[in-house]
Design a protein around this ligand. Structure first.
Ligand code: V47
Ligand code: SF4
Length: 359
């Protein structure tokens, strides 16, 4: 029989926790005991270090053919508020980021019906020439699959061409909840969970590191969350290509999902991050994305197994279009202060988790 004591014994012995055990933790309200286990699992991997990076997000377009029900960022072409940045505007943002000390640009956008694959290739090439010091982390598995469809190239060919143009790694978006029944409700037009996993697998095989996200706090059950994490853990056993797991707390404003409860609770946020740390024993990093969580929960999460706070971001659209109340950017000093006040050691990292400097 599963009890907290048996789970605790597994974690103390460095043994893997089962899906049933993770589910048991989700159904428990002993947040502090779960947090303590997660903190132990994290301490073994990362000591007192908490990573952050200095980065800038750029969203080239919000025009998207998918129109997922949870997404308040996307627009149909021609609709009020629809935008597409010109190449020189994207380059200007990247150049400014490099001048301000960023080491990374994070680029994701909508699936635009009229832009050709070459536009994305040119974007990477142009950034690489304008700001050669920046690591380009760009395009979710959903975008990669779309590029393959609009270009007639295979996924492998798309990845190869983007890598040649300057792609350094991929973010973890588009995963949502990898369970099909949930996807049908929240993003029926989006690629299936199996396809998302397959594209990420091909990216790992092509030598790219990626992240993995989980959009939670909408119509999914806690069993769906565990199933999602189990699929990621299995793929990670095979490829080792995931860097960080990032639970994304659903922001409900302006979305088409009609829910009784608007948004996640602080308790659910902390529990989800902690269980992720305990369950995903083959992921080195659990990231609290402060944009969606708010700075205070992100700070508290550092005592619940989290060892990464993402970055300075600078201009966040996806969460803020959906009502996120956090600031749109953080200064490096602000992030350092937040980590220090939690009693941890701030470590600035590059995209591939090489330490740049600790504070
Ligand atoms: O895939 C969309 C999510 C993702 C909402 O890899 C929403 O380092 C909450 O993936 N409420 C894109 N979330 C953002 C993303 C990301 C962010 C930060 C770091 C990294 C990384 C990746 O945003 C989408 C979707 O899951 N999203 N709408 C919403 N209303
Ligand atoms: Fe498009 Fe991504 Fe928004 Fe879905 S989540 S509508 S794919 S931009």
């Amino acid at each position: 029989m599963t009890t907290f004591a048996t789970i605790s014994a597994h974690v103390h012995a460095g043994q893997r926790v089962t899906a049933d055990e993770a589910l048991f933790l989700f159904n428990s309200n002993d947040l502090l005991a779960i947090g303590e286990l997660a903190a132990l699992a994290n301490k073994r991997k990362n000591g007192a270090n908490v990573f952050f990076n200095v980065n800038r997000h750029i969203n080239p377009t919000n025009v998207c053919v998918n129109r997922c029900a949870f997404c308040a960022f996307s627009r149909t072409a021609g609709e009020d508020g629809a935008y597409t940045l010109a190449l020189d505007e994207i380059c200007r943002k990247a150049r400014e980021a490099a001048e301000e000390g960023a080491t990374e640009v994070h680029i994701v956008g909508g699936l635009h019906p009229d832009l050709a694959f070459e536009f994305y290739e040119e974007t990477l090439n142009a950034i690489r020439h304008t700001a050669p010091t920046l690591h380009i982390k760009a395009f979710t598995a959903v975008e990669i699959e779309y590029f393959s469809r609009i270009s007639g190239l295979t996924i492998e060919q798309v990845l190869e061409r983007l890598i040649r143009a300057g792609l350094g790694s991929m973010p973890g978006g588009g995963a949502e909840i990898l369970v099909e029944e949930v996807r049908q409700k929240i993003c029926p037009e989006k690629i299936s969970g199996a396809r998302w996993l397959e594209i990420i697998r091909l990216a790992h095989l092509a030598g790219l590191k990626t992240n993995a996200t989980m959009l939670y706090g909408h119509v999914e059950t806690v069993s769906d969350r565990v199933a999602h994490m189990e699929l990621l853990r299995t793929l990670q056993d095979e490829t080792g290509g995931f860097q960080a797991f990032i639970p994304l707390a659903f922001q409900a404003e302006n979305s088409d999902l009609k829910l009784d409860i608007k948004g996640t609770s602080g308790l659910d946020d902390l529990k989800t991050l902690a269980i992720a740390r305990i369950f995903l024993d083959n992921f080195d990093h659990i990231k609290a994305y402060w944009i969606m969580l708010g700075e205070k929960i992100a700070q508290v999460s550092l005592a619940f197994g989290v060892n990464d706070l993402d970055g300075t971001v600078v201009e966040e659209k996806i969460g803020h279009d959906a009502g996120a109340t956090s600031p749109q950017s953080q200064t490096k000093e602000g992030i350092i202060r937040l980590i220090r006040k939690a009693g941890k050691t701030p470590v600035e990292r590059d995209t591939l988790y090489h330490p740049i400097r600790s504070f």
